[in-house]
Design a protein around this ligand. Structure first.
Ligand code: URA
Length: 435
């Protein structure tokens, strides 16, 4: 079997069978297929798609390139939550402690930032000494003792996804639905948690920009889950504006910390409450989603989640004084203000631009080897849909980048919103729930 024939088949819109997909996944994992042929095949998938059975077979083939975890030693109901990636998305840092406060076991593998979207591992990595490369034994021990643990993808877990992902990132093939679905679900199934909880981001700051495509992605992932006899619940959440007010690693860690003290933004709280509510239903701890959401909202008032967060960070070696002093971190050298040029209502029109800007300010990577600037990012001072006054500050841009770039940063920030005379309709954060 030659790779060139597999590319030709996909180019003509035909599906690959199980045997062909196995050869392909093994070749990706063991680097026996050259990168240019893998990316040519990925581009053919981008244009021609995959059938349902093909995407399931490809997911299985990717999983079989590495180890699968046995989480049976986790005592209680285990949950693995995953977002398809968004701007300002610090949900996992709040979801974990709130869910664990109910006795749920949050066992999560997270990734680094990708393109314009931030990653949980990058946010945790700025806490001095925090370790995300734990042994599986240690991971399970922390989940049992603390209620949550977040680790990075190990070398042995779905290596084909790791390799393919790196190639997709640089070949404009990230936003292919079957490739996203197989990538996310292969990791989640290899992890083996009782519940896979998906947060499918939808809007200009996400890989799926409209609701029809987001629904298609949700269905594809749920169907993969069904083929592996997994319980998968999903929310589709709005990404036409940043989640919360902070974008950037330390700024988001601050916002997550505030949220765990019940002083965070409402959209983040509502999203987390819905996700925790779904997990409580799946774990049969409540009868209805409404009750689950209500209980999750009430849990924000407890001191328990913040304690769990501290215990989790300490268990993974992190310096707790960094967290307790998180609001006093030394700022970036430059703080650029983006000012309202008129009075009116704030609407974000291009959330993608804010994601792009956060990377340029230093909060993300342009190349794989770039080092992240922990303090760089954007703080949105105003709430979307609310009235802003002329000359008030819409956003603050935190950066250590050279002064010659500053005007272009402010221009990019300004291109991301409009101020309208009429108040826009209130948009909910949760667009749909699928269970
Ligand atoms: N997250 C993943 O793990 N894979 C994708 O393809 C997109 C988001």
């Amino acid at each position: 079997m030659h790779m060139i024939d597999l590319i030709a088949k996909k180019k003509k819109g035909q599906s690959l069978d199980e045997q062909e997909l196995t050869v392909l996944a093994q070749g990706i994992a063991h680097q026996s297929i050259p990168d240019y042929q893998i990316t040519a095949w990925a581009m053919a998938v981008y244009f021609k798609g995959m059938t349902n059975s093909e995407v399931v077979a490809f997911t299985k083939a990717i999983i079989n390139t590495g180890q699968t975890l046995d989480l049976s030693q986790i005592i209680g109901f285990s949950v693995d939550k995953h977002s398809t990636g968004g701007v300002g998305d610090k949900t996992s840092l709040v979801f974990g402690p709130i869910a664990a406060a109910f006795g749920l076991k949050v066992a999560k593998i997270s990734g680094k930032g990708l393109g314009i979207t931030g990653g949980t591992i990058d946010k945790l990595a700025i806490i001095p000494n925090f370790k995300s490369d734990l042994t599986i034994e240690n991971f399970i021990k922390i989940v049992n003792e603390v209620g949550m643990s977040i680790i990075s993808q190990t070398e042995n877990l779905v290596p084909a996804d790791k390799a393919l992902y790196a190639l997709r990132d640089v070949s404009e093939t990230v936003d292919s639905l079957p490739l996203i679905a197989a990538s996310v679900m292969s990791k989640k199934i290899a992890m083996g948690a009782n519940l896979i909880l998906l947060d499918i981001k939808c809007g200009k700051g996400a890989f799926t920009t409209d609701i029809i495509t987001a629904r298609k992605l949700a269905k594809m992932m749920i169907d993969i889950g069904k083929a592996f006899h997994k319980t998968v619940y999903a929310v589709i959440s709005d990404m036409n504006k940043p989640l919360g007010q902070a974008i950037g690693n330390a700024l988001e860690l601050q916002e997550a910390w505030l949220s765990l003290k019940n002083q965070g933004p409402n959209d983040l709280k509502e999203l987390v409450a819905n996700l925790v509510g779904l997990a409580l239903v799946a774990a049969k701890k409540v009868l209805t989603l409404e009750i689950g959401i209500k209980q999750a909202l009430a849990m924000f008032e407890s001191e328990k989640p913040l304690k769990i967060f501290y215990d989790f960070v300490a268990a993974q070696g992190g310096d707790l004084t960094y967290l307790t002093n998180i609001m006093q971190l030394p700022p970036c050298k430059y703080l650029l203000k983006v000012i309202a040029n008129r009075t009116g209502y704030l609407t974000f029109t291009n959330n993608h631009a804010l994601g792009e800007l956060s990377v340029l300010l230093g909060a993300g990577r342009v190349t794989k080897t770039d080092v992240i600037d922990p303090m760089a990012g954007i703080y949105v001072k105003q709430i979307a849909g609310q009235k802003v006054l002329k000359d008030s500050i819409i956003m603050e841009l935190h950066t250590n980048k050279v002064v010659t770039l500053h005007d272009s940063f402010v221009a990019l920030a300004t291109s991301a919103f409009t101020i309208t005379v009429k108040q826009p309709p209130n948009k909910p954060i949760i667009l749909e729930i699928i269970m």
